[in-house]
Design a protein around this ligand. Structure first.
Ligand SMILES: *[C@@H]1O[C@H](CO)[C@@H](O)[C@H](O)[C@H]1NC(C)=O
Ligand SMILES: *[C@@H]1O[C@H](CO)[C@@H](O)[C@H](O)[C@H]1NC(C)=O
Length: 369
């Protein structure tokens, strides 16, 4: 039995299409208006409504419009704006990638890596006077290319740094009532490492050097491209949980550059071994007894020695879980193309809550300082 509403939609699609090629006819203008709103409801339809050159209207004028100028990396990372509400309870802006809304957008999110060297793919002037541009970048300075001409264009920054206007972090949450008897997940591996990037050009030589020495003294289960194949998305958390320790080795060392490599083990019940900024910086994000820092030991051999000792001492190992009585970590994205959902939703929330005038000068001087 064909579904009658499907037929209705199919007819509408045909009318819309005809409307597109003959949009100069006033008659079709009427249909094209109802096209755009109707089309959105056609689940999974790959058909794009033809460009109608009409002025797009803002669906809810109460909410500020956040325009995603280019999807980070590529369109595979695109997501349904409703995800902000579903995952992060953020519903305060109108999130769109419709460039026709440019003149109505309170903020435009611009992904650093997508900007062409000659800046030719940035929005064209005139910029509406109320509009803020957000510089969106998640890489560390080691992996950042400076692009001249960006120094005085932006109003807000969205990065991993705590001194950004909008800071993307996986935050731990505190609860008033203690949770007793945390059950440590079953362990069948001692130390694990998921690693794909071994390219020294990205700064990864540092952790490789440490690892080469470390593995002489303790056995490490390695997963990821370095071990031959990437872990499947659905195996990421269960595999991590089955290890007593996890090497949270950042690819480059910068203040605040503490990524999902550190959040993952905290979220699943594994003890992270941090290689990154100094311990004090980690302690601004997580309790000091929730992780082990490589700088706590004079060399990789001493660290390995300590872990082997903890492996035989359940009581001492358990102390790395005491903090969980009051604090909890939540899993970050585990499906690769969900990486940008949280940052973009956070930008949306920020734009709705902060309406003050702002300019960012010397963008790179700040970022590389
Ligand atoms: C925005 O407004 C300017 C004129 O103020 C116009 O030239 C431009 O085409 C408009 N852009 C869009 C995407 O509607
Ligand atoms: C945004 O920054 C630009 C460049 O510094 C500035 O010209 C513009 O007035 C600022 N706008 C707002 C709304 O903060």
């Amino acid at each position: 039995m064909p579904n009658p509403s499907r037929i209705h939609k199919s007819i509408l699609v045909i009318i819309c299409w005809l409307g597109g090629i003959s949009s100069y006819l006033l008659f079709f203008q009427y249909f094209s208006q109802s096209c755009s709103s109707q089309m959105i409801q056609v689940q999974g339809a790959s058909f794009e409504p033809p460009s109608l050159n009409q002025i797009s209207t803002v669906p809810n004028p109460e909410k500020p419009v956040l325009l995603v100028w280019d999807w980070p990396e590529n369109d595979n990372y695109k997501f349904d704006p409703n995800e902000c509400k579903i995952r992060h309870n953020i519903d305060s802006c109108h999130l769109t990638d419709d460039r026709n809304l440019y003149n109505h957008s309170e903020a435009v999110l611009i992904y650093h890596k997508a900007i062409k060297k000659d800046l030719s793919n940035l929005p064209k002037d005139p910029r509406p006077p109320f509009q803020k541009w957000i510089w969106f970048h998640l890489e560390s300075p080691t992996n950042t290319r400076q692009k001249p001409g960006l120094e005085n264009l932006f109003n807000l920054t969205l990065t991993y740094r705590r001194d950004s206007d909008i800071s993307v972090r996986y935050e731990l949450t505190f609860s008033k009532t203690p949770k007793e008897n945390y059950i440590i997940p079953k362990k069948d591996k001692l130390v694990c490492w998921f690693v794909s990037n071994t390219n020294p050009g990205t700064g990864a030589w540092n952790r490789m050097k440490y690892f080469e020495e470390f593995k002489k003294h303790i056995s490490v289960s390695v997963f990821g491209n370095m071990a031959g194949a990437r872990l499947k998305d659905e195996d990421y958390y269960p595999t991590m949980a089955s290890c007593k320790f996890y090497l949270s080795f950042e690819n480059s060392i910068h203040k605040d550059y503490i990524t999902e490599k550190f959040n993952g083990p905290l979220a699943v019940g594994t003890v992270p071994i941090a290689l990154g900024p100094p311990r004090e910086n980690y302690e601004q994000f997580a309790p000091g007894d929730s992780f082990i820092h490589i700088n706590d030991f004079p060399d990789p051999a001493a660290l390995a020695q300590y872990l082997l000792q903890l492996d035989k001492d359940d009581e001492a190992y358990r102390r790395y879980f005491d903090w969980r009585k009051h604090i909890s970590a939540s899993p970050h994205f585990s499906v690769w193309n969900e990486e940008f959902i949280l940052p973009i939703c956070k930008a949306c929330d920020y734009v709705a809550k902060h309406k003050v005038y702002k300019e960012v000068h010397d963008l790179f001087k700040w970022y590389f300082s």
